[in-house]
Design a protein around this ligand. Structure first.
Ligand SMILES: [Cu+2]
Length: 475
C-alpha cells in the first residue's frame, strides 16, 4: 500500500535535472563564506542590515562539554526586541559542531517556569538513560546532565536540538528554543558552511504571542519568518563561486517551500544524495534540514519560502487561523571580497535497504478524533508515555507504511533510526518523512542498534502535543 508517492515528497518538483555535477565528492573546492561579514544594505524595508550566525561550540579530542541554560531573555529578533525563550541567551541557541565518534555532554539548566528537556533531532544515538531520552522531565530550577555518544559511523550532516517534553514542545520551540548541530570532520577555522536556522514567530507587546486552540489544531504559524533570528538578512557571497548552506527548518508547523534560485542539494536530514541533485524547488517539512550548494549570483537574489498548502481540519468550523504568506528567507548579495575556501566535506552515503530482507511490516495510521476536543492520533490512540505501541528487534529491518487519512499533511519523525523512502529516487534517507493528506508513504528502517525506548510523532509540534505520538521499544 505505497499509494501514489507524494509529489511533494520529492524535493524535485521543478527538477532542473538530476545529474552528476561532480559535486559533493571529496576535494571539491567551494567558496566558503567567512564569518564576520560586514554590514550590507539591502533595499526592502525591514530586512536585517547584516548577516549573523549563532556562536559555535565545537568538540575537541572527542568530547564537547557544554551547558545550555534555558531562560526567557530579551533578544533582538526580526529587527525589534522581544522576550523569548533562549538557550544561553540567544535565538537560535549555539551551534554544536561534532564529529562522528564524539561524546556530547550537555548540562541542561532549566530557568523556565515550566518543565523541559532536550532532544538531539536526527542524531543516530541511543535514547536510553541520560542519552537522547524524550521521557526525561527537567523541572523549573532543575538541571540534568545528558551524555550522548555518536557512533564512529555517524552520518555527516546538519541536525538540531530542541525541547521534547510532551505537552510543552510547540510552545517552547515557538518561543525560541532551537539550535543547530553539525556533524562532520572539518576544521571550520579555514572557512565554514553557513548555518541557516529558519523559524517563525509571532510577537505581541514585546513577547511571544499566545496562540488559540484553533491555531494549535491547525499547527501554528508565526507571522514573522526569522533566519538566525533576523528578518530577511543579506548573505554576502562571492559572485560565480559556490557556497554551502546548512538549512534547518525549526518552525513549529510551517513547511518551507523554497525557491527562487537553483540549488544543488547534497542531502536531506542525515541522508546524503550521491550524486547531489539540482533543483529549483525544495520543500522542507518542519524538522527537516538540507545541505545545499548555491552559486553566488551577479545581482542580489532572494531565497523565498512560498506559502504552502498543507490542508486543514476542514469545514471552516474551527475558527480563524493565521494565513501563511510568502517570506524571504535571505537574500544572496554578491560580494567579491568574500574569500573562497574549501568547505565541502565528502559525503557519507546512507545504508541502502532496497535489497534488504524485511523482517516485519507494519502500518501506522494517522487520524483525528472529535470527541472531547480535537485529538490527533496514531492507530486510534493518543500518546501515552506508559504504553509501548510497537516493539522491534534490534538487528531487524522493518517496512512501515504511514497512512494519513486526515485532511492535513503530517510530517512523520522517528527518533534514533533513519528511514529510507521505498519509492525514493535512488537512496533517499530521512528522519522526517512528509505524509500528505489522504496519502500514504512506505519507509524501511534498520533497527540495527540501540536497545531502548523512544518515540515517533508528527513534527507539526502542536499535533504532537495534542497526542500524535507513539512509543517504540527496541530489544
Ligand atoms: Cu500533524
Amino acid at each position: 500500500m505505497t499509494g501514489p508517492i507524494s509529489r511533494r515528497q520529492a524535493i524535485g518538483l521543478g527538477l532542473l535535472g538530476v545529474g552528476s555535477l561532480g559535486l559533493g565528492i571529496a576535494g571539491v573546492t567551494s567558496a566558503g563564506f567567512r564569518s564576520g561579514v560586514s554590514a550590507t544594505n539591502v533595499p526592502g524595508g525591514a530586512a536585517a542590515a547584516s548577516w549573523a550566525e549563532p556562536a559555535v561550540l565545537a568538540s575537541s579530542d572527542g568530547v564537547l562539554t557544554c551547558e545550555l541554560a534555558v531562560a526567557e531573555r530579551p533578544v533582538d529578533v526580526g529587527g525589534g526586541s522581544a522576550r523569548m525563550l533562549t538557550y544561553n541567551g540567544t535565538v537560535p541557541g549555539p551551534t554544536l559542531h561534532l564529529r562522528p565518534g564524539d561524546t556530547l555532554r550537555v548540562r541542561l539548566v532549566n530557568g523556565l517556569e515550566t518543565p523541559t528537556n532536550l532532544h538531539t533531532h536526527g542524531l543516530v544515538v541511543s535514547a536510553d538513560g541520560n542519552g537522547d531520552n524524550p521521557f526525561v522531565s527537567i523541572g523549573p530550577g532543575e538541571s540534568f546532565d545528558y551524555e550522548i555518544s555518536l557512533p564512529d559511523d555517524h552520518p555527516h550532516g546538519v541536525f538540531w536540538y530542541h525541547p521534547h517534553l510532551h505537552g510543552f514542545v510547540a510552545d517552547q520551540v515557538f518561543g525560541g528554543l532551537y539550535g543547530a548541530i553539525v556533524v562532520d570532520e572539518e576544521d571550520w577555522s579555514e572557512g565554514a558552511p553557513r548555518v541557516v536556522v529558519v523559524s517563525d514567530v509571532t510577537l505581541s507587546r514585546g513577547a511571544v504571542a499566545a496562540v488559540s486552540d484553533a491555531e494549535r489544531r491547525q499547527g501554528r504559524v508565526g507571522e514573522m519568518v526569522i533566519t538566525n533570528g533576523l528578518a530577511s538578512p543579506p548573505l554576502p557571497v562571492p559572485p560565480g563561486l559556490t557556497g554551502r548552506l546548512l538549512l534547518v527548518n525549526a518552525c513549529t508547523s510551517r513547511y518551507l517551500d523554497l525557491g527562487g534560485l537553483a540549488m544543488t542539494v547534497r542531502g536531506l536530514d542525515s541522508g546524503a544524495f550521491v550524486p547531489p541533485r539540482v533543483v529549483d524547488r525544495l520543500v522542507l517539512a518542519p524538522g527537516s534540514r538540507a545541505d545545499v550548494l548555491l552559486e553566488g549570483p551577479a545581482h542580489p537574489t532572494p531565497l523565498v519560502a512560498r506559502a504552502y498548502e498543507r490542508g486543514g481540519v476542514g469545514m471552516g468550523m474551527m475558527g480563524a487561523v493565521a494565513q501563511e504568506s510568502d517570506a524571504t528567507i535571505l537574500t544572496l548579495v554578491p560580494d567579491a571580497a568574500i574569500a573562497p575556501s574549501a568547505v565541502v566535506p565528502p559525503q557519507r552515503p546512507p545504508h541502502d535497504l532496497r535489497d534488504a530482507g524485511i523482517d516485519r511490516a507494519r502500518t501506522l495510521t494517522f487520524t483525528m478524533s472529535m470527541g472531547g476536543g480535537m485529538r490527533f492520533l496514531i492507530d486510534g490512540v493518543a500518546f501515552d508515555p506508559g504504553r509501548v505501541d510497537h516493539t522491534v528487534d534490534v538487528g531487524s529491518v522493518e517496512e512501515w507504511t504511514l497512512v494519513n487519512v486526515t485532511m492535513m499533511d503530517h510530517p512523520f519523525h522517528l527518533h534514533t533510526w533513519p528511514m529510507q523512502l521505498v519509492d525514493g529516487e535512488g537512496v533517499d534517507t530521512r528522519d522526517v518523512v512528509d505524509v500528505p493528506a489522504g496519502e500514504s508513504v512506505t519507509v524501511r528502517i534498520a533497527f540495527d542498534r540501540f536497545p531502548g525506548r523512544t518515540v515517533y510523532h508528527c513534527h507539526v509540534l502542536d499535533h504532537e502535543d495534542l497526542g500524535m505520538m507513539g512509543v517504540v521499544q527496541s530489544r
